[in-house]
Ligand binder design. Sequence first.
Ligand SMILES: Cc1cc2nc3c(=O)[nH]c(=O)nc-3n(C[C@H](O)[C@H](O)[C@H](O)COP(=O)(O)OP(=O)(O)OC[C@H]3O[C@@H](n4cnc5c(N)ncnc54)[C@H](O)[C@@H]3O)c2cc1C
Length: 444
Amino acid sequence: MAWREMTLTGWGRVHQARSRAARPERLSELQRALKGAEGTVAGVGAGRSYGDVGLNGGGSALLTTRLDRFLSFDEATGELVAEPGVTWRDLLDTFLPRGYLAPVTPGTAFATLGGGVANDVHGKNQETAGSLGDHVNWLDILTASGEVVRASRDQNADMFRATVGGIGLTGIVTGISLTMARVPGNTALVHSRRLPDLDSTLAALMEPRPGQPYTVAWVDALAGGRELGRGILEAAGPADGFVPEKQAKSLAMPLDLPGFVLGKAGVRAFNALYWRRVSAAGSEARVPWRKFLYPLDAILHWNRMYGRQGFHQFQCVVPHAGGPYAIRRLLEAFGRAGRGSFLAVLKAMGRPGPGDLSFAMPGLTLAVDIPNRPGVEELLRELEHITLDAGGRVYLAKDSALTPDAFRAMYPDLPRFRETLRRWDPEGRFETDLARRLRIREGA
Ligand SMILES: Cc1cc2nc3c(=O)[nH]c(=O)nc-3n(C[C@H](O)[C@H](O)[C@H](O)COP(=O)(O)OP(=O)(O)OC[C@H]3O[C@@H](n4cnc5c(N)ncnc54)[C@H](O)[C@@H]3O)c2cc1C
């Protein structure tokens, strides 16, 4: 197994880490690589997490993208068994023509299933479908001892709970059994409507919508006063029939944009135009799942848009009780700092995630990109406080700034997670920059 010094980077490009990296192609190679790895080890997927959750500076990185085989598929039950490097794009290309869609997907198809399990990712249908872990039947995990163990709700249940959303700290996921969802076609019927303020955006988000399990609101994070929280609501459900899909060519962001392009005035103008693109009366369109689920994937390397300094993404979830007030405070904080960007997304969550460190809880989740400029730390600290006050939590897949105290308060099942780490990895073989920053292993 060849090892190479590499610099790995979070998707937001603020955090980087030098690691010794290996890219095994088979389970046996992965096992050998773990045995031969120097120091601490982190599993790495497609590098689509924004901050430092997938980095392990000074240690070893096991890159899983070539462990990307489908191992079995049962047409009758929809049960798929796959290696961790399989991406949502692979799932879409292979299974959508056969009438199956991933039950849950993040907003990028480039993420791997292994990375998705480690963050217990959620999609636009979280309110009804829950998060990824809710659809996982079992996991095979290469543990610190070098042994592969199977974990499910009934077998090694502590390991299952700790691995789903466990940000890679229990071991390397080597196999995933997942139940795929049946769909009647390859398109979604998408209703879009424009909403003038936060109250109407939140009310629309919470309306019961039979037949439309996918919902997302795009919010203008820089609008203030009476227009605070104005947005566009998209609600979608599966449409019947297969239509030929045009192979859209992906565009690529060719270079780092200079900082001034993302100045406050430019972003304000863009957001105002974007909001007006949908009429107040609303519209309906049949849209390929690929386009509806992964709008950002159409532009490769879009993260270069924020220039060399990179960007943070802040994402939190706040419980329904007090949630609207907290969302208002968060948007006001962005407005005051003039730091919001194009991509502010609001979704409703309906179910807690099944993992000890799962992010999901019933409530409202807000995600906003923030260009990395002087003063950003103060803003992130303020957002952390508002989230804590509301009884919410920050998403580790996006985080790069949370403090250990806030993390402990936001993730009440941390003691149980640590107990499981003590049992399965007493010497702390698996480690990441985020885990060190948040002192996750302290006491484990
Ligand atoms: C455009 C965009 C949209 C997104 N939208 C959403 C969204 O809607 N919902 C959402 O939940 N997330 C979303 N995300 C975040 C993304 O889905 C998650 O960060 C996901 O976990 C990334 O997967 P990855 O393969 O890139 O993993 P990486 O980022 O490489 O790693 C993530 C974590 O998984 C661990 N890991 C990776 N592989 C394994 C393995 N085989 N075994 C054990 N641990 C492993 C790593 O150690 C790390 O802790 C989005 C990201 C982008 C860029």
